[in-house]
Ligand binder design. Structure first.
Ligand SMILES: Cc1cc2nc3c(=O)[nH]c(=O)nc-3n(C[C@H](O)[C@H](O)[C@H](O)COP(=O)(O)OP(=O)(O)OC[C@H]3O[C@@H](n4cnc5c(N)ncnc54)[C@H](O)[C@@H]3O)c2cc1C
Length: 414
């Protein structure tokens, strides 16, 4: 239990943004504050394990496809080397932030009747976004994600038709992984796979899949998808699904009828809604949110100006950049420098200049399609399939998360 004199730096959300911010502050901000033992980073996360979220499209299919040890990492374990006076983990969900009175109310994940109200000296909102499909991230906790994957794997082995709504990277990667796993790896000079074992369809309302990439790259992706038995329907919206809760909980019956804007219907043994992200911000006052539900964040300082002193947003939940890990990695040193500065000033100490964030908006996205192919671009340059495989497709970034979760990535102040 924190001393009443403890100044809590509360971080909500334990994923790319929250974990990185916590490590960075513990390494480079807290030790620089006079009376540093009186500051405690309180990391509140609905899940006590972190996962490499981009790996979900492959990881959901089978445990044999990716290293399980690298995929699931315990949060308390990666913070065990910091002084206990400076760090506390709460396996709980933020239920309400009272930004006027500077408190957060949390509810524990294990003992749901237990609630706690934590006063904060600084607050970092890093609760990310949820997907309508429970297969693509920690919408709840890791136990629930594992349970949803187990149900999916069972249904997948019996399925003859799978419909995926959404032509963004999550939908395309999921289709590619399922296509290769269920319909087989294509040969070197293979064309479209005729009569696939399982019909897999991607439906997108946009005129191309992967809208963040140029159209020639998107067409190449379609070609790779066709080789593993995936059909793409473009310029067509999913207007309804029966039963309406299809795809949102694999514990429910998985068969669905998917209605499309061209008045046709698709029958699916499994329906995967991989479209639309919902920011996890229901615990915040509406006055702090944009119309899309993200936290209204100062694009330069990453402060939440309307929430009072020392309140920040980082990661997909913030309105300052589009959702992507590389954006978070650029934002963390900036938000942490500004938090450090604000803490020093609040303590009556001198502090350096403020730092500014600038989003890199160049065409950057890598999309593996199955275990040997992929499309993408980095910093405006088109990447060959081999490089996409090498950088991302081999293990879906698991080679990068070890240093990130352990904090090694943030050893130096940058
Ligand atoms: C399928 C898929 C593939 C992707 N591939 C890539 C890629 O290749 N490259 C890339 O750059 N980006 C990729 N992304 C995007 C990337 O995963 C996100 O940008 C990143 O996960 C965002 O991290 P975050 O920390 O902001 O939030 P999230 O990863 O969304 O995590 C939020 C955390 O907050 C917790 N939480 C939620 N609500 C509460 C609450 N009320 N109280 C406490 N805790 C809460 C959640 O349990 C979760 O642990 C992909 C996303 C998906 C879905």
């Amino acid at each position: 239990m924190a001393e009443p004199t403890t100044k809590n730096i509360v971080i909500l959300g334990g994923s790319y943004a929250g974990i990185s911010t916590a490590h960075y502050l513990l390494k480079h901000a807290i030790p620089k504050l006079s009376d540093s033992h009186s500051y405690q980073v309180v990391l509140v996360s609905a899940s006590s394990e972190i996962i490499c979220r981009p790996a979900c499209p492959r990881a959901m299919i089978s445990d044999d496809l990716l290293s399980q040890e690298k995929l699931w990492v315990s949060i308390p374990e990666v913070f065990k080397n910091y002084p206990v006076s400076n760090f506390r983990f709460e396996h709980a969900r933020a239920e309400h932030v009272d930004h006027a009175n500077r408190t957060v109310s949390i509810r524990y994940e294990k003992e749901e009747e237990d609630e706690k109200t934590i006063p904060f000296h600084a607050l970092v909102i890093a609760t990310g976004c949820s997907t309508p499909s429970p297969l693509l991230g920690l919408n709840k906790d890791s136990t629930e994600l594992r349970a949803q994957w187990a149900l999916f794997r069972d249904a997948m082995m019996k399925a003859k038709s799978i419909v995926i709504a959404g032509g963004g990277p999550a939908g395309v990667e999921t289709a590619g992984e399922l296509g290769e796993y269920l319909n087989g790896q294509p040969g070197w000079f293979a064309g479209k796979l005729e009569n696939p074992k399982v019909d897999i369809t991607v439906v997108t309302s946009a005129s191309q899949i992967l809208p963040l990439l140029r159209s020639s790259i998107a067409l190449k992706a379609e070609d790779y998808l066709a080789r593993v038995g995936v059909t793409v329907i473009k310029g067509t919206k999913v207007t309804g699904v029966t039963p309406p809760e299809s795809g949102t909980d694999l514990a429910l019956p998985t068969k669905a009828t998917v209605s499309l804007s061209d008045e046709t219907e698709l029958n699916a043994d499994i329906y995967i809604p991989a479209v639309g992200m919902t920011p996890n911000t229901s615990f915040l006052d509406k006055s702090l949110l944009m119309s899309d539900g993200r936290v209204e964040t100062n694009h330069s300082t990453l402060r939440v100006d309307k929430a009072g002193d020392r309140v920040y947003a980082v990661g997909d939940v913030g309105s300052y950049a589009r959702p992507a890990v590389h954006s978070i990695l650029n934002a963390v040193p900036v938000v942490c420098a500004n938090i450090k500065r604000d803490l020093l000033l609040a303590a009556g100490d001198e502090a350096g200049a403020e730092r500014s964030f600038k989003e890199d908006t160049r065409e950057t996205q890598m999309v593996p399609i199955g275990r040997s192919k992929g499309v993408g671009a980095a910093m405006g340059y088109r990447l060959p399939s081999f490089l996409v495989w090498l950088i991302k497709g081999r293990d879906y970034w698991l080679w990068t998360t070890g240093d990130l979760w352990s904090g090694k990535q943030w050893e130096k102040e940058s």
